[in-house]
Design a protein around this ligand. Structure first.
Ligand code: PLP
Length: 439
């Protein structure tokens, strides 16, 4: 702290006395004036305080509650509380060493400069090969755009395609950024409810009934966040048939495709006639435990890829070059770590579901993929948000209210099993004890 300031008094603006004067300038509320001392030197200061006037579109932007609950839990930890973190959706594993090595080599080798906005040609090529192989369609490198994470594909696709009045059908409960981005782009969100009795797979007939002449985009997500539901091949084929030859695009979020517990994942991109109307979102965050590296990609028709690339040029310029070199090593290297993680998430999910089903008022189905357990809590008599808050504050277990994923998430809590078995068992014991006292 600079000398000359009293204890508790901060330098700069906070050290000033507010005069309350109006300036007469629209949006300018008052003027702060006074004397501050910096390093023993007295300075007269007058600072205009301007009201923050945001664009109207900012009022339509939502958020991802997981990050808010995480910071609330961290604040409790700073006060000395012990919290079991089951709120955040990221693998607890470290990035496999050969991927880290590739990044270190890339940094040493000078991959520290701008690259092409759509991604390094060798990575676009490798992704095109990977998607061609796994989805059984021929994908060219110019149909691939590399971006910093899977999320930007949602953001860019919505900005590039959705106009005021366009309808976008999306899963609810579902990843909260879908609804946020639909609204932000000016579109109308049209939820497809996902129901527990259908194992959280969408009802295709219901989806078909939601299609109107204003439908611009349909979002699919399998395996699904937050429910762990999976779309069966037959349902995906029926969904494609319901779309028929309409000019509707499908954004298929397959970020958890390598974390499906049973059977092979199936993409709507593989349905004959759908490739040109599909935007495939995939990435490295969940598959290779690379959430903090920020790298993902979209695969789509080349003319749309060129537009998404323009959005990249306008926002990020490009994805970090050394991160892309690491992603190349991830795709081309040993895949055994992916299998290890998938098996471990399945094992933990099974144990956690079994434990929850022994707790009064809770019931849960075994998820079919990803690393979340979406538990029905209606038997507790509590609403989701107050229950999530109480479990955090009173039991020391951080989970997310189902309503963080949309209105149809009421009655549920989402637990991430991306934590050790020991911590998961501890969480169950804490919830059970809390329920014993409060339900
Ligand atoms: C369904 C879904 N899609 C996309 C993402 C975003 O992934 P990334 O961290 O690569 O942006 C997530 C992350 O939680 C997700 O759950």
């Amino acid at each position: 702290m600079p000398s000359g300031l009293r204890a508790g008094q901060l330098p700069g603006r906070l050290g000033l006395r507010r005069t309350g004067q109006k300036t007469g300038v629209p949006g300018e509320r008052f003027v702060l004036a006074g004397v501050v001392k910096h390093g023993g030197i007295a300075m007269a200061a007058q600072v205009a305080q301007h009201e923050l006037i945001l664009s109207r579109r900012m009022a339509r932007l939502g958020t991802e509650t997981a990050f808010e609950v995480l910071s609330k839990a961290k604040a409790l930890e700073r006060k000395g509380r012990n919290i079991v973190h089951l709120e955040i959706g990221e693998p607890d594993f470290s990035t496999p060493p050969h991927i880290v090595e590739a990044a270190v080599d890339a940094l040493r080798g000078g991959w520290t400069h701008y690259g092409p906005s759509a991604g390094l040609p060798e990575l676009r090529d490798a992704i095109a090969n990977y998607v061609s192989r796994t989805r059984g369609v021929v994908v060219q490198p110019d149909e691939v755009v590399v971006v910093p994470g899977g999320k930007p594909i949602m953001f860019y696709a919505m900005l590039a395609l959705v106009d005021e009045g366009d309808e976008v059908i999306y899963p609810n409960p579902g990843f909260p950024i879908y609804e946020s981005m639909i609204r932000y782009a000016g579109g109308t969100p049209v939820p497809i409810p996902l129901r527990e009795e259908r194992d959280f797979a969408m009802d295709v007939d219901e989806m078909a009934s939601l299609i109107t002449p204003s439908t611009k985009l349909i979002i699919l997500n399998s395996p699904q966040n937050p429910t762990g539901g999976v779309l069966a091949r037959a349902d995906i084929e029926r969904a494609a048939a319901a779309i028929g030859d309409r000019n509707i695009l499908v954004l298929t979020d397959e970020i958890y495709s390598r974390l499906q517990f049973e059977g092979k994942p199936f993409s709507i991109m593989s349905v004959p006639g759908m490739k040109e109307r599909t935007i495939l979102l995939d990435g490295f965050s969940k598959t290779y435990a690379m959430t903090g590296w920020r790298i993902g990609y979209g695969v789509m028709r080349a003319d749309l890829a060129a537009q998404i690339t323009r959005l990249m040029t306008n926002s990020n310029s490009c994805t970090a070059s050394f991160t892309q070199r690491a992603a190349l090593a991830a795709l081309n290297g040993d895949q055994s770590a992916v299998d290890t993680m998938r098996l471990e998430f399945e094992r933990r999910s099974r144990a956690f579901v079994a434990g929850l089903n022994r707790i009064r008022g809770f019931s849960a189905r075994m998820p079919k993929g990803a690393f979340y357990v979406f538990a029905n809590i209606t038997g507790t008599g509590w609403a989701s948000k107050p229950l999530a808050d109480a479990l955090l504050e009173e039991a020391g277990v951080a989970a997310l209210s189902g309503t963080a994923f949309g209105t149809y998430g009421e009655g549920y809590l989402r637990f991430s099993v991306a934590n050790s078995m020991e911590n998961l068992m501890e969480a169950l014991a804490r919830i059970d004890a809390w329920v014993g006292a409060h339900v």
